[in-house]
Design a protein around this ligand. Structure first.
Ligand SMILES: Nc1ncnc2c1ncn2[C@@H]1O[C@H](COP(=O)(O)OP(=O)(O)OP(=O)(O)O)[C@@H](O)[C@H]1O
Length: 320
């Protein structure tokens, strides 16, 4: 077990940012802390990093009681969204910084920094200043710097948050590959469910200072523990009081066992997908996600009568 967080509570004044949170992160995993803004993700990460201390509870890192240790004694590396590079230092010097303050021999520093710059694909930019890099390159430099001191745990707080969608996507794939190569236990904070589903081995859903669910991406998507997790991880709609994913409703031209009669009210094409809005006899107004081919085969058009059936899919009873 790499990180064991146990019974952590953190208050800011009267506000409870974390409420009795316990979590175990196995060695070598890539774990996402996922949840809405203000839910407590960063606070938990900062407590693991040693940048913040809990009111109650403990943090163990690789079997060492770390709750009250300062960050530099925890064998953690971290990268934040707005990474503060040393502006006057070259990329090489920025990455070498942690090794230099640890007074490592010059030859060792040169070797390690060269390896790291290759790893993050910045070898040709070693002599540039951070201001001469793109945002994505700067975040890769930040990761190289965090990895330089060979941390046992890497903590990333929305590391790609400030970048545009295309670069984010590239860095996500890159982080996944890097992790597979290095196997450093990594925890990253994100509020982007697609990012968490795509990159991580395990997702911890955090909301209102509490953990809602922990599991592999597919488990969370297919077997959400509650409405909150289901809504947060993907699109949902309501069919006769049941919360369901819109791609898990089948549309049929004829009635059959367990079908519900409905009328098409509106069709919207979004790229390759067609969204059909419907109204059932009970007044329920679900929407269904179809491919263009399916919509054409069914000859869907407004006012058409169809029948709906839920395919063996995740659903929870809607609260409202
Ligand atoms: N130093 C602080 N003083 C007072 N309140 C704080 C402090 N740090 C965090 N909070 C509050 O604690 C709550 C949790 O904040 P936190 O940053 O952990 O959330 P988050 O899930 O990471 O959100 P985001 O995605 O917006 O960063 C928020 O309501 C925040 O305002």
């Amino acid at each position: 077990m790499s990180i064991a967080v146990s019974g952590i509570t953190k208050r800011f004044g009267d506000f409870v940012a974390l409420d009795d949170v316990s979590l175990e992160v196995p060695t070598g995993r890539l774990t996402a802390l996922l949840g809405p803004s203000g839910g407590g993700k960063s606070t938990l990460l900062r407590i693991i990093a040693g940048l913040e201390f809990p009111d109650t509870g403990t943090v163990e890192i690789e079997g060492v009681q770390a709750t009250w240790l300062p960050p530099q004694k925890r064998s953690v590396g971290f990268v934040f969204q707005h990474y503060a590079a040393f502006k006057h230092m070259s990329v090489f010097k920025n990455v070498a910084f942690g090794l230099e303050i640890r007074r490592k021999p010059k030859a060792e520093i040169r070797k390690r920094v060269t390896e790291l710059l290759e790893l993050v694909h910045l070898e040709q930019f070693a002599d540039r200043l951070p201001s001469q890099l793109s945002g994505g390159q700067r975040q890769r430099m930040a990761l190289a710097r965090a990895l330089a001191v060979q941390p046992e745990v890497l903590l990333l707080d929305e590391p790609f948050g400030a970048l545009d969608a295309q670069v984010r996507k590239e860095l996500r794939d890159w982080l996944r590959n890097l992790h597979d190569e290095m196997n450093v236990t990594t925890i990253f904070v994100t509020h982007d469910q697609e990012e968490a589903l795509e990159v991580s081995d395990e997702i911890v859903v955090i909301n209102g200072g509490r953990i809602e669910q922990v599991g592999a991406p597919a488990d969370l998507y297919d077997k959400p523990a509650n409405d909150f997790v289901m809504k947060f991880l993907g699109p949902v709609t309501t069919l006769d009081g049941t919360l369901i994913r819109p791609h898990d409703i089948e549309v049929l031209r004829t009635p059959g066992p367990d079908t519900v009669a409905a009328t098409v009210t509106r069709l919207t094409r979004v790229g390759y997908e067609v969204r059909a809005e419907l109204r059932t006899a009970n007044g329920s107004e679900p929407w269904v996600q179809l491919t263009r081919g399916q919509a054409e085969e069914l000859a869907l058009e407004p006012e058409r009568s169809v029948w709906l059936r839920t395919s063996g899919a995740p659903k929870t009873l809607a609260v409202s």
